[in-house]
Design a protein around this ligand. Sequence first.
Ligand code: SAH
Ligand code: MG
Length: 223
Amino acid sequence: MPSVNWDDPVAPMDPDLAAAADAADGFMPADEGAALYAAAVRAAPLGPLLEIGTYCGKSAIHLAAAARTAAMGPGHVVTIDHHRGSEEHQPGWEYHDPTLWDDRAGRLDTLGRARATLDHADLADEVVMIVGGSVEVGALWDRPLGLVFMDGGHTEQAARADYETWARHVAPGGLLVIHDVFEDPAAGGQAPFRVWCRAVDSGRFVPREHAGQGSLRVLQHRP
Ligand code: SAH
Ligand code: MG
């Protein structure tokens, strides 16, 4: 059984791929993306790397680059998003991008941009993009995952449903990575932090503080 190797350092991501991630639209600062990449390189031998919340594919570049570094072959990264945006991406909200509006559907559509992001980085082969709701896809899922990256809906209800749906699919010794964890309510919404607390309180996950960066937190399933 492979296990996460915390001892050996992970070399930084290929500079061209880091530049592609920088240039992509989205919400993954470079330093947090680097931590996601390193965690994903370590977890890749344990099973597929799954992301909830693809948006335009920025964080998916980090996961796909990690799968390539770990030489896992095509399709080792699975991304899930209904590609209609979260609350804060809708018209009139803080993070709305009008260039992502789909006139025909009368809704946001981030799928085309996400696909273009991965094509442009030449990482499309590494990724299976699933278009659908996280809970609905979870109902079809039955396979241990090396890493689950939670970055979907940030309402209390959405974050909790994602945790309840996906945390149980983390392989023994695998990693659960949560984005936008803010302990201080003044710094940001509390739903991801409460999920982090829930994971710790469950006794099934051990925080790996050294592997995190900023609001990106890494937990390891007890083997
Ligand atoms: N990881 C991205 C940012 C994700 S933003 C980056 O690197 O930039 C959050 C995404 O979660 C949005 O694209 C939204 O459509 C998606 N999302 C929100 N709720 C969801 C749900 N229930 N199921 C699937 N995707 C969801
Ligand atoms: Mg995020």
